[in-house]
Design a protein around this ligand. Structure first.
Ligand code: COA
Length: 317
């Protein structure tokens, strides 16, 4: 027995940044961004902290699940980084939602939500936890070089959350890692030390887009095939394929190669951009809210990103 998703929630900053607005900052245009990526707008934080977004998403998910913070056994936040290095984002969420359980942040970049599901599965199957809050929360826009048109058009901010309880929802799951700091990297900023001989790294998001594209389509296709086979489900059993929202062309490639229909492909990249590990739970909550997914539906999740990491799973809602 593993977990069942019993509640979903999401939160976005107030500011909506259109392609038109981005084209005032760098030499780009709406037509290029829409045709190359599928993105029309993205949410960008101004006054909101990552904690604000995480707490709002968490409370939404808890309310829908009918569960209070004090009932949680574990909080996992998937994030590239919280508002502080320490305390972790998850510890501050714990305080804000009235929980008393252990809390930990994990960083598996865009695959982090599926890494979090895998960790939740391990805790629940080993009887270390029965009720877990998993949040994917990212503020990608604070890592961007707003002079680099090849990356700054791609990302947005947001948080999505799920509440997981002991149950039979998870049918199969897989995570992978292949260490690489060439294709996709965000450097760290350290305080200067009189003893250090190490140069400062570039703190901006840098990516070899073409190579990451190849990695994304290849790994997503491999992972989706593998988890569907392991779960014993076919394309016609699946209500929706929910890929990490990085580029509409990546999602469509996987959809076509697997033989899914247009209706089976979930997408929200047009209004979120790439929100890293928040992208899947944001989209999941939208689909549930819009009545496009309900109890008993089978969904396939797939993600890929920095690390390089990947993850995929099959879940019955
Ligand atoms: N506006 C206008 N032109 C742009 C542009 C922009 N925002 N960004 C790049 N260009 C130009 C390039 O300079 C290049 O011009 P050139 O042919 O004169 O040199 C041209 O557009 C094509 O650039 P290229 O990088 O080859 O485009 P692409 O089709 O590969 O699309 C990405 C770029 C980033 C959208 C695409 O590679 C991608 O989505 N990669 C995967 C990203 C991903 O999955 N990330 C997940 C992990 S976070």
């Amino acid at each position: 027995m593993s977990f069942q998703i019993v509640g979903t929630g999401r939160a976005n900053p107030a500011l909506v940044l259109t392609n038109e607005m981005v084209s005032k900052l760098v030499d780009t245009n709406d037509e290029w961004i829409v045709t190359r990526t599928g993105i029309n707008t993205r949410y960008v934080s101004t006054d909101e902290t990552l904690l604000d977004l995480s707490v709002e998403a968490a409370n939404n998910a808890l309310n829908k699940a009918g569960i209070e913070g004090k009932d949680l056994d574990l909080i996992i936040c998937s994030t590239l980084e919280g508002d502080y290095i320490t305390p972790s984002l998850s510890c501050l969420v714990q305080r804000e939602i009235g929980a008393v359980c252990p809390a930990v942040d994990i960083n598996a970049a865009c695959s982090g939500f599926i890494y979090g599901l895998d960790m939740a599965d391990a805790y629940i199957t080993s009887d270390k936890a029965e009720t877990i809050l998993l949040i994917g929360a990212e503020m990608m826009t604070r890592h961007l070089d707003w002079k680099d048109r090849s990356t700054c058009v791609l990302f947005g901010d947001g948080a999505g959350a799920v509440v997981l309880k002991k149950g039979n929802g998870l049918k199969s799951i897989k995570i992978t890692a292949k260490g690489d700091d060439k294709l996709l990297v965000i450097g760290n900023v350290f305080c200067s030390s009189p003893f250090s001989n190490q140069p400062q790294t570039d703190p901006h998001f840098r990516m070899n887009g073409g190579e990451v594209f190849k990695f994304a389509v290849g790994s997503a296709l491999r992972d989706v095939k593998e988890v569907m086979k392991k779960a014993g489900v076919t394309v016609s059993d699946v209500k929706m394929l929910i890929p990490h929202q990085a580029n509409l062309r990546v999602s469509q490639f996987v959809k076509e190669k697997m033989g899914f229909s247009d209706e089976q492909l979930a997408s929200a990249i047009d209004h979120y951009g790439n929100t890293s590990s928040a992208s899947i739970p944001l989209l999941l909550d939208e689909l549930v809210e819009e009545g496009k997914l309900s109890s008993g539906d089978i969904i396939v999740l797939t993600a890929f990103g920095g690390g390089l990491t990947t993850g995929a799973c099959v879940i019955e809602l």
